[in-house]
Design a protein around this ligand. Structure first.
Ligand code: E4P
Length: 221
C-alpha cells in the first residue's frame, strides 16, 4: 500500500520525502489555511510538487460545476500533473465526468459510504478518498466502510484507486492495508509514530555502546 502525506506544510513534506516513505501529497483548504498566511498558495503548491515529484492532490473550493472546472484549469496551469480534488456532491461528479473525458486525474473527497465511492468511480474518478477518522469521530466504524468499499471493488474489478483518508493513528493505517486500500494518506505525526518502536531505539543504543566498548578494549579509541 502506498503512503501519501496529508499536509500542506513544506517542512513536513520535505522531511518525509527525504526518507523515501511517501509517494504523494494530499492537501485541502483547511490544511492550507493552517500555513503561514503570507505564503502564496500557488507558489506553495508548486514547491510541494517540486519536493515530491509525484502525486499532489489540490482541492477546488467552488460548489458549482463550472466554478470547479475553472479552478481545475487554473491549478493545471500551476503544474499540469496535478490531481484535482473534488467534493463528493452531484455537481462535483459532473466536474469529475468532464475532467475524466479530458483525461485529467481527479480525487473525489469527503466520501463516507461505499455507495458514494461507487458513484464517484462510475463518474470516472481516478481516486476515491474514504474519510474513516471523521466516521469514527461520530461513533461509526470508519475501517468497516473502507473494508466494505474494498470488497465491492474486488467483486467488480472497479478502477478508481481507493485512498484511506482522515487517518488518526497507526492502527488505522494497518487496518486499511489489510482491507486492501491502494493508498493511505497520513498526517505527519502518524507517519512518525509508524516508524517508531522503543525496541529499535534501545537496540540501536546497545549496538553503538557495544561497538564502542569493543573498540576501547582493542585500544582503538
Ligand atoms: C484527505 O485527502 C483529507 O485531506 C484528510 O484526510 C482529511 O482528514 P481530517 O479528517 O483529519 O481533516
Amino acid at each position: 500500500m502506498e503512503l501519501y502525506i496529508d499536509s500542506a506544510n513544506l517542512k513536513e513534506i520535505q522531511d518525509t520525502a527525504s526518507i523515501g516513505i511517501i509517494s504523494g501529497v494530499t492537501t485541502n483548504p483547511s490544511l492550507l489555511a493552517k500555513e503561514d498566511p503570507t505564503l502564496d498558495v500557488k507558489e506553495l503548491i508548486k514547491h510541494i510538487y517540486a519536493t515530491i515529484g509525484g502525486h499532489v492532490s489540490v482541492e477546488v473550493v467552488s460548489t458549482d460545476t463550472a466554478g470547479m472546472l475553472r479552478e481545475a484549469d487554473e491549478i493545471l496551469k500551476w503544474f499540469p500533473e496535478a490531481t484535482i480534488k473534488i467534493p463528493m456532491i452531484p455537481k462535483g461528479l459532473a466536474a469529475v465526468k468532464e475532467l475524466s473525458r479530458q483525461e485529467i486525474p481527479t480525487n473525489v473527497t469527503l466520501i463516507f459510504s461505499p455507495g458514494q465511492a461507487l458513484a464517484a468511480n462510475n463518474a470516472g474518478a481516478t481516486y476515491v478518498s474514504v474519510f474513516l477518522g471523521r466516521l469514527d469521530d461520530i461513533g461509526s466504524d470508519g475501517v468497516a466502510v473502507v473494508r466494505e468499499t474494498c470488497e465491492i471493488w474486488d467483486q467488480h474489478g472497479l478502477e478508481s484507486m481507493i485512498i484511506a483518508a482522515s487517518i488518526r493513528h497507526p492502527i488505522h493505517v494497518l487496518e486499511c492495508a489489510k482491507a486492501g486500500a491502494d493508498i493511505a494518506t497520513v498526517p505527519y505525526k502518524v507517519l512518525q509514530q509508524i516508524m517508531k518502536h522503543p525496541l529499535t531505539d534501545s537496540g540501536v543504543a546497545t549496538f553503538v555502546a557495544d561497538h564502542e566498548k569493543m573498540m576501547k578494549s582493542k585500544g582503538a579509541v
